[in-house]
Design a protein around this ligand. Structure first.
Ligand code: SAM
Length: 469
């Protein structure tokens, strides 16, 4: 049974409906009349259903693929402009009671060093991140009710928001912790978190249960219904993701779009972000052990099609991917990236010792934040550290309506320029600063509203004089 508004995971992510979708996609992928009609609908910039997008994913006509890529670029430009938001993950604890087969934190892994940061150590990590120029973090923890209770998470968030160091503070803390109760989501909401992120890993219930054989994460329904509980707890920015490589990508693709449709239908707002992680090598984990790894080409196609199917949803790519893949992904739809990430507990303040194996996975993009910023500028993207929407209460449907009305150039773009200016003044190398200043001068001219343009120019001049937000 398929019921998009049902609150039961097995109904809004119906296995039957996904299988019917894959069959529909196979039956129509070579029917150019159907494919063209779907592309024409996508060009309206209002998204596609999971069935329509799945037909395009199955279609392997080169010409149509080019059309889809061009459209993905256009949609990204229309809704997100050329700015790219930056963040860093902060690993607080790798204690975990789950048995996830793909994750080195799994309980049975006895040779990984287990660490949990004290509040003092968190301060050191955050200061190291601030010294690079970061303003937006995603905190990451394993699931362990004894070692990582919600009180620890709340205390850590409070610590992070209250560190005033040199040129400002961390302005947005996103949270990636295991599925929890409505009461705990309320507490996270009250602590002022940004987005609540939870990857589904796989939407295929049977595979999910095998991949999570033990621990609280084994419960497919509890995990899949987490975003509904988060909404019930008052969190209206939620971030979805699947871990590509675990299961068949076409199944996951239909599943994640159905999840987005469900959130929109029930809560009036779709996911704030969608992440696209791929399984990586890690301590005790060999990605080859999973049969469903996807090529870079399929990965790019998925990114472009998510962009086209849910135009208003931000898309995130992490340092699991290297420079070349990230470059292509940025073109096709990604709007947020992490930079200079460490996936070990305590990895920012101190260089990881050779024998430290506390990292969650191998990082492919190992560049410094300054190198990442310089690269973005070279590619014509405006690196943004902006958190204004969140701080001014533009979350959930209020953010979405801003995005839908394409107010980017008058709102996000000037804010991006101001935060880039702060970064250039406070943290950048000389070379990056020179390039960035030239970019700001050019980009200011693109702000259509004269009044907004003037205000942005004034703020930018104030930043040169030492004023900070
Ligand atoms: N413990 C939390 C949970 O259960 O959702 C989330 C935190 S975990 C640090 C963040 C994500 O890392 C997981 O949801 C998973 O998708 C991803 N991950 C785990 N092992 C990985 C691996 N070997 N390669 C790439 N990503 C991995």
């Amino acid at each position: 049974m398929y019921d998009v508004k049902s609150m039961k995971a097995e109904e809004f992510i119906s296995d039957e409906e996904i299988k019917a979708t894959l069959q529909y996609a196979d039956e129509n992928k070579d029917n150019m009349e159907v494919v063209d009609a779907i592309i024409a609908k996508a060009k309206l910039g209002k998204g596609l259903t999971h069935r329509e997008a799945s037909v395009l994913l199955a279609c392997d006509n080169e010409e149509k693929l080019q059309e889809i890529y061009d459209l993905a670029r256009q949609i990204k430009e229309d809704y997100y402009g050329n700015r790219i938001v930056l963040f860093a993950p902060l690993y607080l604890s790798n204690y975990c009671v789950n048995g996830c087969l793909y994750c080195p934190y799994h309980l049975k892994n006895k040779h990984i060093s287990r660490k949990k940061l004290t509040q003092d150590e968190i301060r050191k990590e955050v200061i190291a991140l601030q010294d690079m120029g970061h303003k937006r973090l995603a905190i990451e923890l394993g699931e362990d009710p004894v070692n990582n209770p919600i009180e620890y998470v709340l205390e850590s968030i409070n610590t992070i928001y209250n560190i005033k160091h040199k040129n400002g503070a961390i302005r947005r803390v996103n949270v990636n912790i295991a599925a929890t109760t409505v009461e705990n989501y309320k507490k996270l909401h009250d602590a002022g978190i940004g987005t609540y992120i939870l990857f589904q890993e796989t939407y295929n219930k049977e595979a999910y249960e095998k991949l999570h054989p033990t621990g609280p994460k084994h419960d497919y329904a509890y995990h899949t219904e987490a975003m509904d509980r988060a909404q019930a707890g008052g969190i209206d920015d939620v971030g979805l993701g699947v871990l590509f490589g675990l299961e068949m990508y076409r199944y996951e693709f239909a599943g994640i779009l159905m999840h987005a449709e469900h959130l929109e239908a029930v809560h009036g707002v779709g996911p704030h972000t969608i992440s696209v992680p791929r399984v990586k090598k890690a301590d005790d984990i060999d990605p080859e052990a999973f049969d469903n790894g996807i090529s870079d080409e399929i990965f790019e196609k998925i990114i472009a099609l998510i962009r086209v199917a849910v135009p208003y949803t931000g898309m995130i790519i992490s340092t699991r991917e290297g420079k070349a893949v990230r470059e292509k992904a940025l073109e096709l739809g990604i709007s947020q990236i992490s930079g200079a990430s460490r996936t070990s507990v305590g990895g920012y303040a101190e260089e990881e010792p050779e024998d430290d194996n506390s990292a969650q996975f191998d990082v492919s993009d190992q560049r410094t934040l300054d190198e990442v910023i310089s690269w973005l500028i070279n590619l014509g993207y405006v690196p943004s550290f902006c958190t204004a929407c969140y701080r001014e209460g533009r979350t959930g449907d209020r953010f979405m309506s801003l995005c839908k009305s394409k107010q980017i150039l008058n709102c996000c773009h000037p804010n991006a320029l101001m935060t880039l200016k702060e970064y250039l003044e406070d943290y950048a190398s000389e070379e990056t600063r020179a390039k960035g200043m030239a970019m700001i001068a050019e980009e200011l001219k693109k702000i259509p509203n004269e009044k907004v343009r003037k205000i942005a120019a004034e703020h930018i001049a104030d930043i040169s004089k030492g004023k900070r937000d």
